[in-house]
Design a protein around this ligand. Structure first.
Ligand SMILES: Nc1nc2c(ncn2[C@@H]2O[C@H](COP(=O)(O)OP(=O)(O)OP(=O)(O)O)[C@@H](O)[C@H]2O)c(=O)[nH]1
Ligand SMILES: [Mg+2]
Length: 397
């Protein structure tokens, strides 16, 4: 995206059972996503609709009113909180004259902007192909530009859309092959890392402060106030200090270190195409010796964020209990933004958690002590918290 931010309107459907407050929360998060993608948000609107209009999802009356508002404010994009089909996007674009994107499309666009390494680029393109496949509408110029347009018609009777689908499927196979190869490279790198050091992964909701904590622990990392600032896993060595004999004051152990990996953040309704495509990057989380689960304690939706993190961890194969369960420490970060009574309340709700401020280094010693005790020693039993366990009805992530 170029320098001048594109203006957008954000909309979300409010069905009969949806609380206004919840829809507003979703619109706020959508606004954060839009900002992180480089958009300027003109306005957020919840549209009351008991039933979905099959053709345009939101109904032509409400959409025409929005188009009018957009014209007045020089808005060119309409970003929708709801998942739309390809034909609904087309119908909305035709009716309003605005470019239309749904939430998954927006998250994919952010990932596309951020992807730096070959692996991240391939993962994001795979997710994009999986997303576009059921949405193809005839011509897929993006692929044709990549030189795939020659001699592709598969004989009489094959329509343009069939050709396009075949091209996307071919690209998906290529990308999967490339990712399998890159996964092997990653495994070799993993084996090449200093042996014997415990590997710890920072996981959590996006913008919680994972990278800030990496920086506080290892001196490296570039925190940014953007959703999905980090896409690639970065592993750095952290110095955890040294144990001293309290009587003699002499060092009793070798200085302790561990490897800390920063990872891509989670979000509610993280597009399943992205979870699937990022499986190998997230393998760093699955194979880590321990997890530091970082959360923004000052966020009004903290408890929901934790539930989403718990569910996403299960989705990628990290269980909270059982023989394979990794030791976990909940790090309630950004407590500098809370008042004392709020911190006390938090302590009651999450007694086993460390309260931290990554930017000032508060809570760091407690985290380091916990990490130091990881080696050596058997896993320590602990009480599981509600967010780590599946609900009777699983939270939608
Ligand atoms: N006040 C305060 N701000 C913090 C703290 N920790 C992080 N931040 C800020 O929160 C924002 C996000 O921090 P990051 O460390 O980039 O968050 P992240 O979890 O790595 O985010 P993604 O990589 O985007 O998923 C940055 O602007 C940080 O400066 C904290 O303890 N207190
Ligand atoms: Mg980060």
């Amino acid at each position: 995206m170029d320098q001048t931010p594109l203006r957008c309107l954000l909309i979300a459907r409010q069905g009969q059972g949806d609380r206004e407050e919840r829809i507003q929360d979703h619109l706020l998060e959508l606004a954060e996503l839009a900002r992180s993608c480089g958009f300027e948000v003109q306005a957020r609107r919840s549209l009351r609709r008991a039933l979905i209009a099959p053709k345009t999802f939101y109904g032509s009356g409400q959409l025409e009113a929005l188009a009018e508002e957009a014209r007045r404010h020089d808005v060119s994009y309409l970003i929708c909180n709801d998942e739309l089909s390809g034909s609904q996007v087309n119908a909305i674009e035709k009716l309003t004259g605005l470019a239309c994107m749904d939430r998954t499309g927006l998250i994919l666009a952010i990932f596309e902007q951020r992807a730096q390494t070959r692996e991240a680029k391939a993962q994001v393109e795979l997710a994009r192909c999986e997303y576009e496949l059921p949405r193809l509408k005839g011509a897929w110029t993006h692929l044709e530009r990549q030189g795939g347009g020659v001699g592709l018609r598969g004989g009489p009777g094959e329509t343009q859309i069939e050709v396009d689908r075949r091209m996307v499927r071919t690209r998906i196979s290529q990308l999967k092959r490339e990712l399998t190869h890159l996964e092997r490279v990653r495994q070799t790198q993993r084996q090449g890392r200093p042996q014997g050091l415990p590997r710890v992964a920072l996981v959590g909701y996006t913008n919680a402060g994972k990278t800030s904590l990496l920086k506080a622990l290892t001196g490296e990392g570039e925190p940014r106030d953007l959703l999905f600032a980090t896409l690639d896993t970065t592993t750095r060595k952290a110095f955890l200090g040294q144990d001293f004999d309290p009587e003699t004051g002499e060092a009793t152990q070798e200085p302790r270190h561990c490897l800390v990996a920063d990872t891509v953040g989670f979000i509610r309704k993280l597009p399943h195409q992205l979870v699937a495509a990022f499986r190998s990057t997230l393998g760093e989380v699955r194979t880590a010796d321990a997890l530091l689960v970082v959360a923004d304690a000052a966020h009004p939706d903290l408890e929901e964020h934790l539930k989403i993190v718990g569910a996403t961890l299960r989705e990628i194969g990290c269980e909270a209990e059982g023989v394979e369960a990794q030791p976990r420490l909940l790090v309630l970060n950004q407590v500098d933004r809370l008042h004392r009574p709020q911190r006390l309340d938090l302590k009651k709700r999450h007694p086993g958690a460390v309260q931290s401020c990554a930017t000032e280094g508060t809570g760091l010693e407690e985290i380091k002590t916990w990490l130091r005790e990881l080696v050596p020693g058997p896993p320590r039993p602990r009480e599981l918290e509600a967010w780590e366990l599946p609900d009777k009805v699983e939270t939608e992530v």
